[in-house]
Every structure is written in C-alpha cells, then in structure tokens.
Design a protein around this ligand. Structure first.
Ligand SMILES: C[S@@+](CC[C@H](N)C(=O)[O-])C[C@H]1O[C@@H](n2cnc3c(N)ncnc32)[C@H](O)[C@@H]1O
Length: 237
C-alpha cells in the first residue's frame, strides 16, 4: 500500500531534507501536514508548482503531498543565472534533478521548466499541471518579481489552494514584503493570508479563509491570531 502524504513527509525529513542545500526550517513540515489534512478533507485537487527551486529542498518537501493523479512543476532560471538580478539563490539543474530522482515518490510526475518567471503566462503552467492547489513563490525577491509571481499564481490557484510566499519578514529581502503589500492594495482579486510560519506567509482564496483559519488553528496547539492586511492570520512560532 502507498504511504500517506504525512508518512512521506516524515520519511523525507529523516532522509533527504538535511542533505539538500536550501533555506527551509524543519518545523515547516507541521503546517504542511495540516494543510494536507484540510485539503484532503475538502477534496481540493490540483497540481503543485514552485517558482525558484534552487536544489529542490522545499519543492521536494511539497512533492511528498502529490497524489497519484497530480503533477508538479519546478520553475527556475537554472543555467540563465545572468537574469538572477538580485542574486537570490542559484538554481542548479543537475543537483535539483538528482535530488528529485533520489527523494520524490513519483519522479515521472515531476516536470521542470527553465525560465524567467517574468516571461511566463498562466497557460505555460496550466498546460503542464492544470490548476494548482499548492504553489510556492520563492524566485526573484525584488518587489517587481514578487508582485508579478503572486499575480501569476493567483491566475492558477484552485479554490482552497494555498500559495506560500517565502521571506515575508526578512530584512535581507525587503522587496518580498513590499511586493506583497502592493499586490494586496492595488491588484488583489481573490487572495488573503491565513497563516505565517518559518518566514513563509500562507495565502488562500478568500472564500476559503474562514475554513483554513478554523481547521488549521484546531490542528496547531500553540499559535496566536494576528491581523495582516485586514485578515485574521494564525501566527505560528
Ligand atoms: C532562494 S532560492 C530558492 C530556494 C528554494 N525554494 C528552496 O527552498 O531551497 C531562489 C531561486 O530562484 C531562482 N530565480 C531567481 N530569479 C528568478 C526568476 N526571475 N525566474 C525564475 N527563477 C528565478 C534562482 O535561480 C534560485 O534558484
């Protein structure tokens, strides 16, 4: 029998997680498990993609949640590092691909795309994985990249999907915060934050905000409810 998503996360944390270069706190596994439970309970389906994978540390963690009929897409500049204008990480295809082969449960369902996210249209992603239920935005960290990549993701997220924005409170990458605030003030049509943990801000579609807030809070013993951009958010240490 197939391992459950939660068992696969625990197994990856014990095996590949510490061997792959990247910037992910191990406690992030807890909220990913909770999101998986909520999305399972509500039968939310869709693909997974990440913009900015580096060597795949977070992407492969997300891929542990991939169901047998779903697909995942890794987007990175990879060899086009001259376009990495703020030097946020340095994707390496060989390291990434070898890590996928070693640690992804179903490597045949994983695709990659060497591209500058600023050049992508929603169809470039939808044609590969359909709509998405889990999206990580961790590519270029300027205000403009952040604003663009959240907007792109908002066109691909399914209802009850989750967008995970990295480096939301990081003094070395202020563009992420600025880009998010500009998105919320001037461009937002359907997203709102519902949780913050480990330097990552978690967004969902507005209709699902109360459901995620209630059910993730129930699954998270120690948390504080704070207001962010006018929405209640579960802040988890
Ligand atoms: C901070 S690293 C990603 C870390 C990764 N998510 C992890 O958890 O290990 C940022 C990545 O974004 C990629 N990147 C930077 N600018 C980009 C752009 N405009 N389009 C696509 N990828 C970009 C870099 O090559 C790098 O691999």
């Amino acid at each position: 029998m197939d391992n459950t998503a939660i068992e696969r996360i625990d197994s990856f944390m014990e095996s590949g997680f510490n061997k792959i270069e990247g910037w992910v706190v191990p406690t992030i596994k807890n909220i990913l498990k909770s999101i998986s439970i909520v999305q399972d309970n509500h039968q939310i389906q869709g693909g997974i993609f990440e913009i900015g994978v580096h060597h795949g540390k977070f992407f492969i963690l997300l891929c542990q949640l991939l169901r047998t009929d779903e697909f995942a897409l890794a987007i990175d500049l990879f060899s086009k590092q001259e376009l990495n204008i703020d030097h946020s990480g340095r994707g390496g295809y060989e390291a990434f691909s070898s890590n996928v082969d070693s640690y992804c449960p179903n490597p045949f369902h994983i695709m990659s795309l060497e591209a500058d996210s600023l050049d992508l249209q929603p169809e470039d992603i939808r044609s590969k994985i359909g709509s998405a239920r889990l999206i990580s935005v961790d590519g270029g960290h300027t205000c403009e990249h952040t604003l663009h990549d959240i907007h792109l993701s908002s066109q691909l997220i399914t209802g009850g999907g989750v967008i995970i924005l990295d480096d939301y409170y990081n003094q070395e990458w202020p563009g992420v915060h600025e880009g998010f605030i500009k998105y919320m003030l001037h461009h937002n049509r359907k997203l709102c934050p519902f949780a913050y943990q480990g330097n990552k801000l978690f967004l969902t579609t507005i209709s699902w905000h109360q459901i995620f807030l209630r059910e993730i809070a129930q699954l998270t013993p120690n948390h504080k409810i704070v207001k962010m951009s006018g929405f209640d958010v579960i802040s988890i240490k």
